[in-house]
Design a protein around this ligand. Structure first.
Ligand code: HGY
Ligand code: MN
Ligand code: MN
Length: 401
């Protein structure tokens, strides 16, 4: 069976931009469909049964043992221009851990599953962890069906492009209690996305509350030259205030607020924009801190919009409250791994969503750059192998009876 390095290398080129080294694996686009095909191939080579749920999530089951499964895995999809490790490291490590257990002759008492959750980054349809939210019943299926990507394609159209329309109708988009009932716990391995881990492997303590809000500014398109300043209704002005207000509010409240995506229409160099849409990402150590941060930003931007005669709207797109991972599962993992650091994260994960339905936990693999959601994101092969060994130890313990 392939080594970790061979497995890793076989996935690495898919969706990678040759110029920047960043990844473009948006859900149900050609690169991510190739990742799905890679998943099915790896499962089939291992005699693992592949299952798709109606939400577009993939599962590979090691058909042995009985009772509830121990599930591991992560996601393939990336942010635009993201790193190689965020998501895929958890899936490749899962198959490598299965290989390691099989090589030692391990026979699971409970089934072991590997998952690839759909649209974790929300980079195509705007809602993070869309596949795991649907599975867990954390988002209304009708809302999900109608989500559209920037080209106007709906989530339902995208899923049916992979499943087929009839399959989509046959499948139950949304909460799947039968599938959830087959899973005893979920342990996700993920590259660390900050600078807090200075040993190869750590365990997650909690996930900060975090959410996304859409900011919409409606002004009046006009000529960039002949329109006097006093006659302008320029939506870019209150938008600019929003970027600064986010940073200042975050400093004041001890949170993290970011505006990293904006769309100015019509987008002419010599045109005053008529509409601006932007997205706010806000997170913090507690729900109250996030709420206060967003409230301050809303207030300051409303004043700026009124001053410039621009209409302003702020609408929530997704929110995940504080996730404290299952303490008993974490304790059992720490006993299997020995003394490794327990650290919080401000990054969202499918494990954070599924925590509402079943015991979940996370393993982190050191990222010496501390950078994520960018091509510089990195983990050394030695640390990745330490991650595989740790995941195998956890699976051996949890699935071994
Ligand atoms: O946005 C996040 O925290 C995660 O990478 N989806
Ligand atoms: Mn991510
Ligand atoms: Mn991730």
């Amino acid at each position: 069976m392939a080594t970790f390095a061979e497995l890793w290398e076989s996935l690495l080129p898919i969706g990678r931009d040759a110029d920047t080294g960043g990844y473009f694996r948006h859900a149900w686009t050609e690169p991510e469909l190739r990742c799905r095909a890679w998943f099915a191939h790896q499962a089939e080579r291992r005699g693992m049964a592949v299952e798709r749920d109606g939400n577009g999530n993939l599962f590979a089951w090691w058909p042995a043992g009985k009772g509830q499964a121990v599930l591991t895995g992560s996601h393939f999809d990336s942010v635009p221009g993201g790193g190689a490790f965020d998501g895929p490291l958890g899936i490749v490590s899962a198959f490598a851990a299965v290989d390691l257990l099989r090589a030692e002759g391990f026979e699971p008492v409970h089934p072991i599953g590997v998952a690839a959750f759909a649209e974790e980054e929300g980079a195509r349809f705007g809602v993070s962890c869309l596949g795991s939210r649907l599975l867990a019943g954390e988002i209304d299926p009708d809302k999900a069906r109608s989500l559209t990507d920037p080209s106007g394609t709906t989530f339902a159209e995208a899923v049916s492009s992979d499943l087929g329309q009839e399959a989509l109708e046959a499948f139950q988009i949304g909460r799947d209690d039968d599938l959830l009932g087959r899973i005893g716990c979920f342990v996700e391995l993920h590259v660390e996305q900050g600078r807090a881990l200075d040993v190869p492997v750590g365990v997650a303590g909690a996930i900060w509350p975090h959410g996304r809000w859409k900011l919409e500014f409606a002004g009046r398109g006009d000529h960039a030259g002949s329109t006097r300043l006093e006659d302008r209704h320029d939506p870019m002005q209150p938008f600019a205030h929003a970027v600064i207000a986010a940073r200042e509010a975050a400093e004041r409240h001890g949170s993290r607020a970011t505006v990293g995506r904006v769309l100015a229409l019509p987008g002419g160099t010599n045109v005053i924009a008529s509409h601006v849409t932007a997205w706010l990402d806000a997170r913090g150590p507690g729900d109250e801190v996030v709420r206060a941060t967003v409230a301050e930003i809303r207030e300051r931007v409303s004043l700026a919009a009124a001053f410039h005669g621009v209409e302003f709207g702020l609408t929530p797109e997704s929110y995940t409250p504080l996730v404290d991972f299952d303490p008993d599962l974490r304790k059992r993992i720490l006993s299997a791994l020995g003394e490794v650091p327990v650290l919080p994260t401000a990054a969202g994960h499918d494990a954070g969503i599924l925590a509402a339905r079943l015991p979940t936990a996370m393993l982190f693999v050191r990222n010496p750059t501390g950078v994520s959601h960018a091509p510089e994101e990195h983990a050394t092969e030695a640390d990745c192998l330490a991650g595989v060994a740790a995941l195998a130890a956890v699976l051996r313990d949890l699935a071994g009876g």
